[in-house]
Each structure stands twice: as structure tokens, then as C-alpha cells.
Design a protein around this ligand. Structure first.
Ligand SMILES: *Cc1c(COP(=O)(O)O)cnc(C)c1O
Length: 345
């Protein structure tokens, strides 16, 4: 089977992160994040975002999202999320579990982005004590459908949320892909645009087992260390996580890999769009391509060993990561052409 395009987490660990793991593997160091490397990694985040944010490392995105969301609300509150959001569709109820029952309210999305007027409708729909009080809004950057919010779009959402007393969470499992595509600074699309807490994804970019939870509103993060520990998310050998972040946060690493994956997705979308009866479903702005493929092409690709997801976004999803090459994209396209019955001379 060829898992190249199934997800960006079917890829391995990028060379820089792998080397950082090896370099951190000397001697003895204080555990549970008390080591010098972890202090430096947190400082690197503050430089990256140009602000005095509070940073924690957890093992995966589900934990990052659900623990971050649980800081926004009491059990009788609710969080507005997109109907296609990972929080709603792919976290097995973890946000509700870790917040002791806070309800997720589903807002309509347009091409993966929260529809502003539907968020507004949900905030105002009920104010009586029989309904869980909305206390947070969660958006994904880049979105589950491979689209990207501009800083202005994020600001429009956070302005609305803050005016009504809600805090804002950004699910950044693919933050770096979104950031590269948005073409702005890390600050501009997060705290300067009003985001209160960001889950900053390392794994899908090419790291081993880590996501950072970044509190721009430091008050929200006040007891987060306890939350992490209780949830089994406090890594005792933290230096191996921190060492990776130190290298990945350098422009030369994150930007190169995010740009690479995004460019491959564009190449793939352009190639797919030229096939007969193929429709690209959403603008290819980050590292995902969603396509409606004729049955023969879809089955033909599967027969030729390509694995891709069909349970997200109403079509076939192809993800690109740091690890694929243009040759991989071209091989997939060649097989798609052959499956569609096109012979090339
Ligand atoms: C992959 C992903 C996550 C995190 O998933 P884990 O498998 O728990 O690491 C969170 N949000 C989005 C949008 C994702 O695509």
C-alpha cells in the first residue's frame, strides 16, 4: 500500500527533528520539563510569536484541543465549533470529557471556515439557564478542508466572540501550513487577531509526538500544568520534545516544510483538475486536496495501491507533507490518468 497521501501523519519524522532527538540524547537531565532545553524552547515560542505567551507541550492534537478548550469553560458552558471541525468529528468526545460535560454547539461552515452569522446566531439563540451558556469559539487554521483564514477573517470572528464575552481557541494541528499560506507573521494571525489560545501542531509538520498549547491569554493557562498532568499528558523526558521545537521553530525548518507541502498540494490539484470529470471541491490553500473523482478513477487509484481518505469533506482527500516529492505527486497523477483510461505517449 502507498500511504503517502492518506494523511500528513503517515509521514515520518523530518531529518531536523530526528537529529534534534539524537543530540538531546546525552547524559542526564532534569525531568518533567525542568531542563534547560525546555526553558529555551518556551522562550523560542515567545520570540516566534513576539509576545509573552505561556507554553505547554502535550503528546497529540486531541489532548491539546480538549485540554485547551476545558480552560475556557465550566461544565455548564458550551463551545461553538464548526460542523466539520476535528473537535466535533474526530476526538471521540474528548473536549466534552475533559471539560466535564461542556457542550459543543455546531456552527455552519463555508469551505471549512466558521460562518460568522451562524456563530452570532448561536451566541444569541438562548440566554436562559436551561441552555449551556456559550463561552468559547474554536476555529481551525488551516481548516479541515484545506482552506486558510486571513488575519482579517480571524479578527472578525474574535471581535464578535470577545464582544459577547467568549474566548477564542485556534486548532492549529496544521498551523504552519496555514501560516505559510497566509503570508503574514505568526503574531498577525494569532494574538494580534484576537486568538486567546492556540494548539500549535508539530506532528503533522514532521515532528515526533508533540503539539504545543500556547496561551496568549495567560490567565487561561494559570493551572494548565495540573490539567496536563492529570490527563496523563506531562512528558517526563520533556527534553526530547523541546529539542525538536527548538529546531523546528527556526524559519529554515518550519517554513521550508510547510511551503513544500503546500506547493505539492497545488501541483496535485492542478494535475487532478485536468483529468476528465474531476472537480476540485475546495480552494487548495494549504496542504490538502479534496477532489470529486469519477468512480473508475477512484477505484483505479485504490487498485494501484494508493490509500486516501473518503470520510472527510464529501470527496477524496489527498494530504501532502514534508516527506513527499514532486515525483510522488507525478506518480499519483500518472496512475490517476491511467485509471481514467488516458494513455500518454
Ligand atoms: C490531526 C488533527 C488534530 C489532532 O489529531 P491527533 O490525532 O489527536 O493528534 C486536531 N485537529 C485537526 C484539524 C487535525 O487535522
Amino acid at each position: 500500500m502507498k500511504y503517502h497521501f492518506a494523511s500528513d501523519n503517515t509521514a515520518g519524522i523530518c531529518p531536523e527533528a530526528w537529529q534534534a532527538l539524537a543530540e538531546a540524547n546525552v547524559g542526564f537531565q532534569p525531568s518533567y520539563g525542568e531542563d534547560a532545553m525546555t526553558l529555551r524552547a518556551c522562550e523560542a515560542f515567545r520570540e516566534f510569536f513576539e509576545t509573552d505567551c505561556d507554553v505547554y507541550f502535550v503528546f497529540n492534537g486531541t489532548a491539546a484541543n480538549s485540554l485547551a478548550l476545558s480552560t475556557l469553560c465550566q461544565s455548564y458552558h458550551s463551545v461553538i465549533v464548526g460542523d466539520v471541525s476535528h473537535c466535533e468529528t474526530d476526538e471521540c468526545g474528548a473536549p466534552e470529557f475533559f471539560s466535564n460535560g461542556s457542550k459543543l454547539l455546531l456552527a455552519r461552515t463555508e469551505q471549512g471556515k466558521l460562518a460568522l452569522e451562524d456563530v452570532e446566531r448561536l451566541i444569541g439563540s438562548r440566554t436562559d439557564l436551561h441552555f449551556p451558556k456559550p463561552r468559547g469559539v474554536s476555529l481551525s487554521q488551516s481548516t479541515e478542508l484545506g482552506t486558510v483564514y486571513s488575519p482579517a477573517e480571524v479578527t472578525a470572528l474574535t471581535d464578535l466572540a470577545h464582544a459577547r464575552g467568549l474566548k477564542v481557541h485556534m486548532d492549529g494541528a496544521r498551523f504552519f501550513n496555514g501560516l505559510q499560506a497566509a503570508g503574514c507573521t505568526p503574531a498577525e494571525v494569532t494574538w494580534r487577531a484576537g486568538v486567546d489560545v492556540l494548539c500549535c501542531g508539530g506532528t503533522k509538520l514532521g515532528m515526533a509526538v508533540t503539539e504545543a498549547v500556547v496561551f496568549f491569554d495567560r490567565e487561561l493557562g494559570a493551572e494548565f500544568a495540573w490539567r496536563c498532568k492529570q490527563a496523563g499528558q506531562l512528558n517526563s523526558k520533556m527534553r526530547f520534545i523541546s529539542a525538536q521545537w527548538l529546531t523546528v521553530l527556526q524559519d529554515a525548518t518550519w517554513r521550508r516544510y510547510a511551503a513544500h507541502a503546500n506547493a505539492l498540494a497545488r501541483r496535485l490539484a492542478e494535475g487532478m483538475a485536468q483529468l476528465p470529470e474531476v472537480r476540485i471541491l475546495y480552494p487548495t490553500q494549504a496542504n490538502a486536496v479534496f477532489a470529486a473523482l469519477p468512480e473508475a478513477t477512484r477505484l483505479g487509484l485504490a487498485e494501484r495501491g494508493w490509500k486516501f481518505y473518503q470520510f472527510i469533506g464529501g470527496g477524496c482527500r489527498f494530504m501532502c507533507s514534508w516527506q513527499q516529492t514532486e515525483a510522488d505527486v507525478d506518480a499519483l497523477l500518472a496512475d490517476a490518468r491511467s485509471a481514467a483510461g488516458i494513455t500518454t505517449g
